[in-house]
Write a protein that binds this ligand. Sequence first.
Ligand code: ADP
Ligand code: MG
Length: 487
Amino acid sequence: MSGSKLQYPPELSGGDEEETLIACQQWALSHGLCMLDDGKVLSKTSHAPFTLFPTPFPKTAFEEALNVQEAFNELYARVSSNTGWLENVISELAEFDPDFTGRLFKIHRQVKKAAGPQQPLTAGLFRSDYITTDKNKIKQVEFNTVSVSFGPLSSKVSELHNYLISNGIYGIEYPIESVPVSPALKELAKSLAQVHSAYVETSLSDPGSPASILMIVQPNERNIFDQKLLEYELSSTYGIFTHRVTLTDVQEKTCLIEENRLIHQASGDEISVVYYRSGYSPGDYMSDKEWENRLFLECSYAIKCPSVTTQLAGTKKVQQLLTERAVVNKLAPNISKSSVDSLLDTFVAIHPLDEETPEGRHARTLAFDHPEYYVLKPQREGGGNNVYKENIPGFLTSTPKQNWAAYILMELIHPPQIKNRILRNGTPHLGEIVSELGVFGGILWNSHTGECKFNKQDGWLLRTKLQSSDEGGVAAGFGCIDAVYLL
Ligand code: ADP
Ligand code: MG
């Protein structure tokens, strides 16, 4: 694909543009491609922001990203199971960030010492995010191990684009299969259903008693339809019900009975899977109560998706350490050499910023001499936390030197330039855009024996933002959901 030479996007074919924009919004509202304007007010719902056209994306890079997902799932499952290695890494980070990483780490340690039976199975719904370079190579931005979102909505946007294609609304012909529908909605639900079944088969306290999934949600979630679509798929295809509870309300709505079985009080259902769509950032823990509730859930016999340990495996410091082949080989000796080659091929340089190692000291110099090539990242999720380019030296100067080791310095990835139109609140915005491909993965493993129960790629998401903004979070208001046009 030669993105820079492509004239894109095309015109909409004939007709009234205003009518087409309305038709797109009607499709979105009819199919749940929506977000709440304000999480408290159900009656104010808008279409989620999306691109009017699917964005050109190199087919080989796309296939590489899908093909490497199972190896990434396995690698992070191994990191999470290797508690000796992980504890070493996290205990140091915990000192720099006692109020968040430190408290998650404390829960990890408390769970290990907790009384009663412990669930050996652990689940992950992961997402590996990439930006393509102008040489059409995929480079990993980050690997997410907790609360990955926008799978269901990405299925919807690719369906919308296919609807527009089949109705001749675009001014160009898209070859058949060049705009594939992301199976993320179906595959993520299938993974969760398989985790649920594994619990029912191995762990249910009474055979035949009712079991359901517990989704831990944020209060006033704006991106609720992304979650509801998953719930409906679980219900209609697998007959599995999902209860929604905030981290604050956990002990009002659930209780532990003998053998640490977690029960949803109102229904009496035994909880098979605790699926976190909250709990990944400090704002999710308003008081000690939410921390107590996290510990309470982690100590239950339900399968956690993810466990606090797996969440910690997703910190950016771990991502930095995994850029070394020897570390990957040591942690995941079962991954084939060709898969390790493929994993490593997706990495850009990521440097530590500590005082002790030569790499760290070298990176401290780079950050001041050549900040234009880098992004500085703390151990946080959810967007809005990074420091870019020329802002790095000033930021570091204002941060106590002994805390610099809590950050990583990552080489910036420069995607090819392309234009598209973004529809937000009914208004189209034309501009240079950059896109980020996220590939979902589902995995279930036994953290005591290392045995993997299933490991699969679960579809993809393309997120796009106008180039003028640095952060890509859709819910945070900077980006939108897109679909791939494979070239
Ligand atoms: P978060 O956990 O907050 O989502 P990310 O590491 O995903 O943090 O960074 C947020 C956004 O910053 C990304 O979606 C991307 O737009 C941009 N970004 C992060 N790392 C890079 C990089 N190495 N090169 C270019 N852009 C980046
Ligand atoms: Mg991100």
